[in-house]
Design a binder for this molecule. Structure first.
Ligand SMILES: NC(=O)c1ccc[n+]([C@@H]2O[C@H](COP(=O)([O-])OP(=O)(O)OC[C@H]3O[C@@H](n4cnc5c(N)ncnc54)[C@H](O)[C@@H]3O)[C@@H](O)[C@H]2O)c1
Length: 255
């Protein structure tokens, strides 16, 4: 297999749908053996079938990425199937959209577990395999929300701030052991998550109309546009890039 990820074994959390799904297909098309770790078994199996039909190599492992045992089992399963993991795309995540004073401690804990604890668990399980293989590349999905706040999203914005710094801190600690770690920071993207977010914000009086979207980032982004940025960071083409935040937002955060 040729391609920019030829010879790599990639785990993609949240790799069943949306940007994760687009990345699963693109990484496989670029030569990686792809292990999708996702809680949505049906969608993960469908993405694997699509990759296989196109001549790629992929498998799925069902796990809730906030659960330590499930994450460890999924990573062990991926390594047993494909060998040491050399690319990790920490993408799985979700959102709570509510007025701050209506949010609960349970929601705070749950969202931090799904968005942040997941990165800790996945990365901690994968790095020993990368070290054994002589190195690797980790990409974490942050967001414009790590640096630009939206009303009704205090919990979400806080988790993405943590993802943002997680990527940088891993980069610094592992640079001299040949493991790179970067973040992709998407703007509003056409995925189930992104469309749900726009819908909920509109219902709660936050203007994310087409006109507002046009002013902020020109148009809604497509999942493949983020997948291509993640591919670059994952690949050896980004060999001197670590600890960076790559905004894929058509200028949202530049305005
Ligand atoms: N879509 C956007 O506008 C946007 C913008 C910035 C950042 N993001 C980030 O992208 C990610 C959401 O992905 P998407 O937009 O591609 O949409 P998506 O909802 O299609 O994909 C999320 C994937 O993660 C999986 N997932 C969610 N929670 C999980 C869990 N606990 N365990 C295992 N798998 C789980 C889902 O099953 C799904 O396959 C989040 O990290 C979010 O913060 C999205």
């Amino acid at each position: 297999m040729t391609g920019r990820l030829a010879g790599k074994v990639a785990i993609i959390s949240g790799g069943a749908t949306g940007m994760g799904g687009a990345a699963s297909k693109l990484f496989a098309a670029e030569g990686a053996k792809v292990a999708i770790v996702d809680r949505n078994e049906e969608a993960a199996a469908a993405t694997v079938a699509e990759i296989t039909a196109a001549g790629g190599v992929a498998a799925h492992f069902v796990a809730d990425v906030s659960d330590e045992v499930q994450v460890n089992n999924a990573v062990a399963g991926a390594v047993a199937r494909f060998g040491p993991v050399t690319v990790l795309f920490n993408h799985a995540g979700t959102i709570v959209i509510k007025p701050f004073l209506d949010t609960t401690l349970e929601e705070w804990d749950w969202l931090h577990a799904v968005n942040v604890r997941s990165m800790y668990l996945m990365t901690r399980a994968v790095i020993p395999h990368m070290l054994g293989a002589g190195g690797g590349s980790i990409v974490c999905t942050s967001s414009i929300s790590a640096v630009a706040a939206t009303p009704m999203e205090v919990l979400y914005d806080t988790t993405k701030g943590a993802c943002h710094m997680f990527a940088r801190a891993i980069a610094v600690e592992f640079r001299d052991r040949n493991i790179r770690c970067n973040a992709v920071c998407p703007g509003f993207i056409r995925t189930p998550h992104g469309l749900h977010e726009v819908d909920e914000l509109q219902k709660r009086g936050v203007d994310v109309s087409e006109a507002a979207m046009q002013a902020a980032q020109g148009r809604i982004g497509e999942p493949e546009e983020v997948a291509r940025a993640a591919l670059f960071l994952a690949s050896d083409e980004a060999g001197f890039i670590t600890g960076t935040h790559l905004f894929v937002d058509n200028g949202f955060t530049a305005i």
